[in-house]
Design a binder for this molecule. Structure first.
Ligand code: ADP
Ligand code: MG
Length: 347
């Protein structure tokens, strides 16, 4: 007797959710990235109990119509890529069409959306409710530009996952880190983060990166940063780095933004640290927010489901350009060559 059976969609979605939805911060990440892909200029994130009880993301983006709002929760349903060709030139943060299907399989979700276009027809608000991968309700609601998605009782049907969550404080820290990172990547979007009705973070959304750095860290730190910029045929680098005397004990304050995506890169951080050379004390690291823009065909973001690691072509060329840009910027504040340690006469 054969033993193989194709698994149910709900089970397949839950397995996929294991990769994408690890904790409340992963849900916030997916929802905020959707809001950004929908061209929002204001994104509000409201949490109850650091997202364990409720995560609500309110955006003022393009919205969805009645058909799309239901399709959105199906696995592999996306409006962002249609062909394999698109996969190799991705312009959006999402593309796997997996997030909403995964979230809808491990939480109770309500999504409301209104598409406001130029036509004269009255805009129509629509909503859908999903839990355990099933649509439990759908209909018409009051129109409001953009989308509001509410995710309640995360992991209500996967107790093992629920048990693995950390304290409220830790979960909140993960969310705050993400929101601050994404605010740095999108200075033109106004982000607000609330937990239990307390405001935790706001960015002005003025489009000015230095101001956003001041929102994330203190204004006094932002004021000391030095601008860097460089470009060649393939890459454009811009952003801010700290002077050698303004350092931290971890690399956590180095932010990389590649084509609008916050990424982690030991390789890039090492290049940055090496570019400071002896100006940096051992065990100390700069503060930096560096944007790298390049032809999307030179980046493979499809390395990991969370898309925080990427594969870059022409890495050596980028390393040289980055090193030059950093050294140029450091020279601009310190035109006198630094004295080599060995040259200091002993007293
Ligand atoms: P992906 O982002 O990879 O396309 P998701 O499961 O996150 O997959 O979302 C599925 C689709 O739902 C998106 O492609 C988009 O068309 C639509 N969508 C999701 N969230 C929003 C939103 N906030 N505003 C407008 N459309 C959205
Ligand atoms: Mg998405």
């Amino acid at each position: 007797m054969g033993k193989i059976k194709q698994m149910s969609e709900a089970l397949a979605n839950q397995i996929a959710a294991g990769e994408v939805v690890e904790r409340p911060a992963s849900v916030v990440k997916e929802l905020v990235e959707n809001a950004i892909d929908a061209n929002s200029t204001e994104i509000m994130i409201e949490l109850l109990d650091a997202g364990i009880q409720r995560i609500r993301v309110v955006d003022n983006g393009d919205g969805m119509d009645e058909t799309d709002i239901q399709l959105a929760f199906l696995p592999h349903a996306t409006s962002k890529i249609y062909t394999v060709h698109d996969l190799f030139s991705i312009h959006s943060l999402g593309f796997r069409g997996e997030a909403l299907a995964s979230i809808g399989s491990v939480a109770k979700v309500r999504m409301e959306s209104t598409q406001i276009d130029d036509s004269d027809t009255e805009p129509k608000g629509c909503f859908v409710e999903v839990s355990g991968s099933k649509i439990t309700d759908q209909g018409i609601t009051k129109p409001r530009k953009g989308t509001t998605i509410t995710v309640d009782s995360l992991f209500y049907n996967t107790p093992a996952r629920l048990k693995h969550l950390s304290s409220i404080k830790t979960e909140l820290r993960h969310i705050l880190n993400f929101v601050q990172d994404i605010a740095l990547s999108y200075p033109a979007i106004r982000f607000t983060l609330l937990n239990d009705n307390n405001k935790i973070f706001t960015s002005f959304g003025s489009g000015n990166l230095k101001q956003t750095i001041a929102n994330v860290y203190q204004p006094v730190l932002a004021r000391q940063l030095i601008e860097i910029s460089a470009r060649d045929n393939d890459f454009e680098i811009s952003g801010y780095i700290s002077p050698p005397q303004l350092t931290r004990t971890s690399k956590q304050y180095i932010h990389w933004i590649v084509n609008g995506r916050t990424i982690k890169s030991f390789a890039l951080s090492n290049i940055l640290v090496r570019a400071y050379g002896r100006q940096l004390m051992i065990g100390r690291f700069p503060v930096a927010v560096i944007k790298i823009d390049l032809d999307p065909r030179l980046v493979d973001v499809n390395v990991h489901p969370t898309k925080q690691t990427i594969r870059l072509s022409k890495e050596d060329e980028l390393a040289t350009l980055l090193t030059d840009a950093v050294q140029q910027a450091l020279k601009s504040i310190n035109p006198v060559p630094t004295v080599e340690i060995e040259d200091i006469p002993k007293v």
